[in-house]
Design a protein. Structure first.
Length: 337
């Protein structure tokens, strides 16, 4: 029996079981909705005429990794988009950019170390943007809470990451700058854990925050109440982060937004984010965040070209190093077909 026949038979045997497993959680979702409605944990978003203007900074980063015989070659790009917003218009767009390339030895945390380097560069770009343009708002791609709770790893990259994150928070607090974390496709259970802890609710399996909210409220525009996530991870930071979920447009998935505990203008920030998301009813993501994401993205061809140039240089200068450390893996040399 060929693989396709085996797969088709297995698919027919499994699909109904999977459906029944998922349907069994619906009762739990229905009871959860009753509690959420009763406690007024979801707030509808209504159209507002309030317009937030000012200088804004949007920061994102991208990375490319190439695994070789004895080391990993990494390429990192980070971008900060500075815009001035007046009424419904953006103008005076500027970019603050940085790049890095290097090699890392293999260990169990190699990919995490590259992510730490990328995040540290994002914080650097944010700080540089503050120094050069003094924005009123700094939007960081990803969660501030998650950044603060990132587990400790025994490596230099982690200590650099922590120092730069702390420096960015301190700079924003000293200068009265709103720093905001925006998570595009959250797979977390922070809100679910909050509900479970505060209201003793049992959350069904397979239910992330986003999936729960989509099931309960569908295509409505809403925001959750503000909450402070529970965390099982220790952190050297004493600051906590206030969090909400926002569905800014009718057909989008929820965004997770968080700010430091000292920021007392969260409602105004939510209004601003909803305003920035008006470009697409389905995507529901701040347009400047999307633009800076495109600018910082590391294309596969760019990573491969950079790695190839490095290999050619080392082959010319030090052939033995190239052959032992930066040689291709067997997988890369595997015959096609």
């Amino acid at each position: 029996m060929g693989h396709y026949s085996i797969w088709l038979e297995h698919y027919h045997n499994c699909r109904d079981k999977i459906l029944e497993d998922l349907k069994s959680y619906k009762k739990g979702i229905d009871s959860l909705k009753e509690i959420v409605d009763k406690k007024n944990l979801i707030i509808p978003i209504h159209r507002t005429n309030t317009k937030k203007d000012g200088i804004m900074c949007f920061v994102d980063g991208g990375e490319g990794i190439r695994e070789l015989l004895g080391a990993v070659v990494y390429l990192i790009k980070t971008s900060g988009l500075i815009i001035k917003k007046t009424s419904n218009r953006f103008h005076d767009e500027k970019f603050v950019r940085d790049v890095d390339m290097g090699i890392l030895d293999y260990d169990e945390y190699t990919k995490e170390r590259v992510e730490l380097l990328r995040s540290a560069m994002e914080f650097d770009v944010a700080i540089k943007s503050i120094e050069e343009y003094n924005p009123e708002y700094v939007f960081i791609d990803g969660s501030l809470h998650v950044n603060s709770k990132k587990r400790s790893i025994e490596c230099n990259e982690y200590s650099i990451y922590r120092k730069k994150f702390n420096r960015l928070l301190k700079r924003c607090k000293e200068n009265g700058i709103h720093i905001i974390g925006v998570s595009e496709d959250s797979k977390s259970k922070l809100f679910a854990n909050y509900l479970s802890f505060k209201y003793n609710i049992k959350i069904p399996r397979f239910m992330t925050d986003s999936s729960i909210l989509r099931i309960l409220f569908g295509n409505a525009k809403y925001r959750t109440v503000e909450f402070t996530p529970c965390s099982k991870t220790n952190s050297s930071l004493t600051v906590s982060f206030t969090t909400v979920y926002v569905q800014p447009t009718p057909f989008s998935n929820p965004l997770r937004i968080d700010v430091p505990e000292w920021d007392d203008e969260f409602s105004n920030i939510i209004d601003l984010i909803v305003e920035l998301c008006k470009g697409s009813r389905h995507y529901g993501y701040p347009l400047p965040m999307y633009l800076v994401h495109l600018d910082a993205k590391v294309e596969k061809k760019q990573a491969e070209w950079s790695t190839k140039q490095l290999i050619h240089h080392l082959l010319k200068e030090e052939p033995s190093l190239m052959d032992s450390i930066l040689n291709k893996t067997r997988r890369d040399s595997r015959p096609l077909g």
